[in-house]
Design a protein around this ligand. Structure first.
Ligand SMILES: Cc1cc2nc3c(=O)[nH]c(=O)nc-3n(C[C@H](O)[C@H](O)[C@H](O)COP(=O)(O)O)c2cc1C
Ligand code: SF4
Ligand code: SF4
Length: 421
């Protein structure tokens, strides 16, 4: 069986699966049960100055038959006293010395405030700190969370203040509510962060009740934007992780978060540069026990591939991710329909006819059977027909022999630039 142990900037855990800082890590009782279930680490629910939470705070998007395709919350950081949290963190660490306990912290953007919280948390013995610069609501209105996390200079300065006193590794958690994630990740690295984690939640409003005209959720008739997470945000999170991983100016380990629900999601994040992953929504939906399948799935995958340590997959897909200008303009795929599998629903025909390149022909055999065939010379290989096709294996995207040499847009522009010189 492959070795699943991981080491994120010096923070070690028996496997790469951590709980993200959120309701599942709100107390010692929960984190201890999570470790028993198999989680390798936990980032404790964010500690800071006492706050008040509102009632009615979660909502979800159920998409067709999938419940909780997206999840939204207007919850703030912990509403439990600091002393109580610190006592439970201490007890949990004593009981589970080999598991990773990272404590998420968030305070006002003042040097003395950061120094004080870092010392208090580290005094009880933790494996690392995570700075929450991502919370998009409530705390942001007070200058904390994403209000700091959206301004590179503020994030860099506060990371630096933490590093002035921190004895354990410091992970900076990033907000996705920003135009260029790399700018903020670079600021974290510049401030001395040992690692970054991303993403926190995305600004969102789940919906509006058509009868009452209230927002969903609402608090006594008033709503406020919340933070979106769960399966719906995975592609956004994966891209942001990949962008940071291939940015040499970031250059520090990454803890991947956002829509991870199973071992496949986790493996994708690791292939795209994450050293380990954190999970929140999937655990809120299904409970701690999902980690069993995550561990089994990842182990089996590594064994199938003949890989002996999970660390060997970190970043393996990063070289395959680039800018559009580096893609080969001469690479060509076309759609091919397998008549034996096709159920003649015509979804592909309509998609191509109405919204792509009108290159699927409706034909009739000599026996009078109707069938569809792609006119390959006109097919641009957009994939749309294969995406809308409900029948597995009915459409394959097939690579055509390339008669031209590979030529990217950037190479083409360079050649054009030399013409006439
Ligand atoms: C109800 C709720 C509360 C959260 N509270 C915190 C928090 O206190 N600190 C923090 O850093 N992130 C918090 N998060 C964000 C999660 O840690 C995580 O970054 C986000 O949910 C994306 O992961 P997911 O798609 O697996 O849920 C919270 C998320 C939810 C749903
Ligand atoms: S790949 Fe695109 S262009 Fe080609 S047949 Fe399918 S929908 Fe049409
Ligand atoms: S969408 Fe798929 S199953 Fe439906 S007609 Fe096209 S190939 Fe056949």
């Amino acid at each position: 069986m492959a070795d699943l142990k991981m080491n994120l900037a010096g923070i070690k855990s028996p496997n790469p699966f951590w709980l993200a800082s959120a309701p599942p890590t709100n107390s010692g009782y929960q984190v201890q049960r999570a470790f028993e279930a198999g989680w390798g680490g936990a980032v404790w629910k964010t500690l800071g100055d006492p706050i008040l939470n509102v009632s009615s705070r979660f909502a979800a998007v159920h998409f067709n038959s999938q419940r909780v395709a997206g999840f939204n919350n207007i919850e703030l950081i912990t509403d439990r006293p600091l002393e109580e949290n610190l006592k439970e963190i201490y007890e949990t660490k004593k009981l589970y010395p080999d598991h990773a306990i990272v404590v998420s912290i968030m305070v006002e953007p003042k040097q003395e405030k950061w120094h004080e919280i870092v010392k208090r948390v580290e005094d009880i013995g933790v494996d690392g700190l995570e700075l929450n610069f991502g919370c998009p609501h409530g705390m942001a209105e007070r200058g904390m969370g994403s209000a700091s996390g959206q301004v590179p200079e503020l994030l860099e300065k506060q990371t630096y203040w933490v590093k002035e006193v921190a004895q354990t590794p410091v992970i900076v958690k990033l907000t996705p509510n920003i135009t260029d994630i790399k700018a903020i990740a670079e600021a974290a690295a510049q401030g001395g962060a040992d690692a970054i984690s991303l993403i926190n939640t995305i600004n969102s409003l789940i919906g509006v009740d058509l009868d009452t005209w209230n927002t969903i959720p609402h608090v006594g008739g008033k709503g406020a934007h919340g933070g979106y997470c769960g399966p719906a945000v995975k592609p956004i999170a994966l891209n942001m992780v990949a962008e940071c991983a291939r940015d040499e100016r970031v250059g520090i380990p990454i803890s991947g978060i956002g829509g991870i629900s199973n071992w496949k999601d986790a493996t994708e994040f690791m292939l795209m540069g994450a050293t380990g992953v954190q999970v929140c929504t999937a655990v809120m939906h299904h409970g701690f026990s999902i980690v069993e399948d995550m561990i089994d799935g990842l182990s089996n995958y590594l064994d199938r591939k003949g890989i002996t340590s999970v660390t060997d997959i970190i970043g393996k897909s990063v070289p395959n991710y680039s800018d559009w200008g580096n893609l080969d303009l001469n690479y060509k795929v076309v759609a091919r329909i397998n008549k034996d599998v096709c159920i003649n629903c015509n979804k592909c025909y309509i998609a191509c006819e109405d919204t792509s390149h009108q290159c699927i022909e409706m034909l009739e055999s000599s026996g009078g059977d109707k069938y569809l065939e792609v006119r390959e010379e006109d097919c641009v290989g957009c994939n749309l027909c294969s995406i809308v096709c409900p029948e597995e294996g009915a459409i394959s995207m097939v690579e055509l022999e390339n008669e031209h040499k590979s030529m990217t847009w950037n190479e083409r522009q360079a050649v054009i630039g030399t013409l006439g010189k």
